[in-house]
Design a protein around this ligand. Structure first.
Ligand code: MOS
Length: 711
């Protein structure tokens, strides 16, 4: 046993992906399929006065134009229990149910035609006249805000301990700063797409999804139909980072259109449409205040964060978590409010809230280290949180000290001279910066079915997802070890509501949740196997007992440990930057990260996760931003030519280490989950390195060249 766990196995789904045999949502080729294209609102607030579809209806190939004028009434029954990926307050966008416009890009009509090109051509012919009202489009700088709502309903409005305001006032050393990051979009390679097909009152959806069970349940409620009449299929996801957690309006539209024309309908969004049809990481403004003793001990931490949400839903993220839980401090007050704006609802994007909070606390800690004249690692060690002070419980495991040590050694932190602007390489300014990474570990109930066949192969299945982190591979490894089979003989299946229920493929929970259920199912299967000779294969035993196959179920769910302990992944991230003094261009020649993520099931795909996070962090620090036009309430660079993401030339040396760790309090596998922590801390480490190189604090990410040139 344990021959395959811990081995750097290549992705089991790799060959299917590189040979084009992995089928993504838009690629299912159904018989007699029609194609849909959306028409979007061009105003941010108001209502449709007149919608004229005459020319569109007469265009070649057009089968239907559906809008609020002719769409069927949809019941939009509310779910008894909202799924954790949906906002806790408000109502999802009701498509084509009325003339009211709430944001630029709201779908106002869908055209269905024989080909995708005909649908798009005709969509441009739909004429809409609007009554336009004044819209809330601006999240103002430095505290002057439009009317805000507390995110209390989401339970994410913040927290406190001690008396932070008094402690800050009395603190001998202070940092008081504003910081922000711009709105970011997931921009996964695969576009979002849904194919809908009705068979009588049964609906099948081929969808890009991180949670097929939730798509089924939401569509059932929207259409007022039984869940068992819906099947959702999503075997491969070409990147999502959170964008496919929710059931977005276009899924409903695809189902609506397919019912209207009585054919399968494919609705694939364009790159530009992704900027208004799915969520995004919201721009967030934060006021940070730290108070400390001259020896570096924190006396007070205060955070005031504000982010936009839509006017129809309160999307709140865990923006205060990192501030409340990363460091030991007796007096903390973290506050998070939402500003309702005429935008589509934001959504989780890789470490939602944690990345944003980490940016604030890690940039503020760097400023505090500078104010104290103290090494940034030393400052963090002096405020090391031995327990989770926000929840007042011990950590189930924490090897963060080992992370600081390992990363600092590999990086060569001791070569850093403490003064800013003191290191050079030719004409380039050199800077070293670091930050802590923190991401809570969670798990949720999961069920798995395992089947053993007499030909000595096994199939293990659950309605989970693999948006890229390697779920197929890690689960195959776990099952192969438990069943004592080579990995080639184990087939892991996922992404189908016909399979046992799995939790959302998000929040870095899949390994700890589904993985423990895979182990449970395989154990149950082994227990059912008829006893046999030592040399016999399982298959031979089955055949002798007269079975073709044997099936077992497994289930796992968190126990009481979540009440007695706090579980989290930890890491230390170090970045080197080279800054061109004349052009303000920042390059990142290397990043070193050391992580405590519990037991690592597959170091090769785990490293890939971390590299992906580091690349995302370079984007957040230096490039990624939706250019927002406040007059129009729209993103001006809704394409991959103008919305910059790091490319190969921007990424040089990325070094990843996992410190020895296994958290068997958190779950029997010992794995804490690895995905989102890889993005945490990267952007502030780079920003802190830019300060060290230049002596300039750029507190608004991304650090574009002009921010370093104009001071
Ligand atoms: Mo992740 S933002 O939970 O997909």
């Amino acid at each position: 046993m344990n021959a395959v766990i811990g081995q750097p196995i290549s992705r089991v789904d790799g060959p299917a992906k590189v040979t084009g045999q992995a089928i993504y949502a838009a690629e299912f080729n159904l018989r007699n399929m029609a194609y849909a294209a959306l028409v979007h609102s061009t105003i941010a607030r108001g209502r449709i006065e007149r919608l004229d579809a005459t020319s569109a209806e007469q265009a070649p190939g057009v089968l239907a134009v559906i809008s609020h004028l002719n769409a069927e009434h949809l019941p939009y029954k509310s779910l008894e229990k909202r799924p954790p990926v949906d906002p806790k307050a408000g109502e999802q966008l009701h498509v084509f149910q009325g003339p009211e416009i709430l944001f630029v890009g709201q779908p106002v009509a869908v055209v269905v035609a024989e080909t995708a090109e005909q649908a798009r051509e005709a969509a441009a012919l739909v004429q809409v006249v609007y009554y336009e009202a004044a819209a809330a489009t601006e999240l103002q700088q430095n505290g002057a805000q439009p009317p805000t709502v507390a995110s209390a309903k989401a339970g994410r409005s913040g927290g406190s301990r001690g008396d932070a305001a008094t402690a800050f006032t009395e603190a001998p050393v202070k940092v008081d700063m504003w910081c922000s990051h711009e709105r970011e979009h997931h921009n996964a390679m695969e576009l979002h797409a849904t194919i809908a097909e009705w068979d009588g009152d049964h609906l099948t959806l081929y969808d890009k999804s991180q949670w097929v069970d939730n798509v089924r349940s939401e569509i059932a409620h929207i259409f007022g139909m039984p869940e068992e009449n819906i099947r959702v299929v999503s075997p491969f996801v070409g990147g999502a980072f959170g964008s496919a957690l929710r059931t977005w309006p276009h899924v409903t539209i695809a189902a609506l259109a397919a019912r209207w024309v009585g054919r399968a309908v494919r609705l694939e969004l364009t790159r530009r449409e992704l900027y208004v049809s799915i969520g995004y990481r919201p721009r967030t403004e934060q006021h940070m205040q730290l108070g400390a003793n001259p020896d570096g001990r924190l006396l007070a931490i205060m955070q005031d964060a504000v982010a936009p949400t839509s006017v129809y839903e309160e999307y709140a993220e865990r923006t205060t978590d990192a501030v409340l839980r990363t460091y030991s401090c007796p007096n903390v007050r973290a506050r998070y409010r939402l500003a309702q704006m005429n935008v589509n609802t934001p959504c989780p994007m890789r470490a939602p809230g944690l990345v944003t909070g980490a940016m604030a606390i890690e940039m503020a800690m760097d400023e505090l280290a500078a104010a104290l004249g103290m090494d940034p690692i030393e400052l963090r060690l002096r405020n090391y949180a031995e327990r989770d002070e926000a929840k007042e419980v011990p950590w189930s495991s924490k090897e963060l000290r080992a992370c600081y040590r390992a990363a600092a050694d590999r990086f060569g932190w001791s070569r850093r001279s403490s003064q800013p602007r003191s290191m050079r390489e030719g004409r380039l300014m050199v800077g070293y910066g670091m930050a802590t990474a923190f991401y809570p570990a969670e798990r949720a109930p999961a069920s798995v079915q395992a089947i053993f066949y007499a030909n000595d192969t096994a199939v293990v299945r659950t309605a989970s997802s693999d948006m890229g982190p390697g779920t197929y591979t890690a689960m195959t490894q776990l099952a192969a070890d438990m069943l004592g089979l080579p990995i080639e003989r184990v087939h892991f299946e996922l992404g189908d509501t016909d399979m046992p229920k799995a939790p959302v493929h998000g929040g870095s929970m899949t390994l700890a949740s589904v993985g423990t259920a895979v182990v449970d199912a395989c154990k149950a299967l082994m227990a059912k196997l008829p006893a046999g000779e030592a040399a016999e294969t399982h298959g031979a035993r089955l055949r002798r007992a007269g079975f073709e196959s044997l099936t077992a179920s497994g289930h796992s769910e968190p126990g009481d440990e979540a009440k007695q302990y706090s579980s989290a992944g930890f890491g230390a991230v170090f970045a080197e930057v080279r800054v061109d003094p004349d052009f303000g261009i920042v390059r990142v020649p290397r990043i070193v990260g050391a992580y405590d993520v519990g037991r690592v099931i597959n170091p090769k795909i785990a490293r890939s996760q971390c590299i992906g996070g580091m690349v995302g962090g370079i984007g957040m620090a230096l490039m990624e931003q939706a250019e927002w036009d406040v007059r129009l309430g729209r993103v001006m660079n809704a394409n991959l030519a103008e919305y910059l993401v790091p490319v190969n030339a921007d990424v040089t040396d990325l070094d990843v280490t996992f410190v020895p760790s296994s958290d068997e309090i958190f779950n029997p596998l010992g794995a804490k989950g690895l995905a989102e922590i890889a993005l945490c801390g990267v952007a502030p480490a780079i920003a802190n390195a830019v300060y060290h190189a230049t002596g300039k604090r750029v507190r608004n990410l991304p650090i574009m060249p002009e921010k370093l040139l104009i001071h």
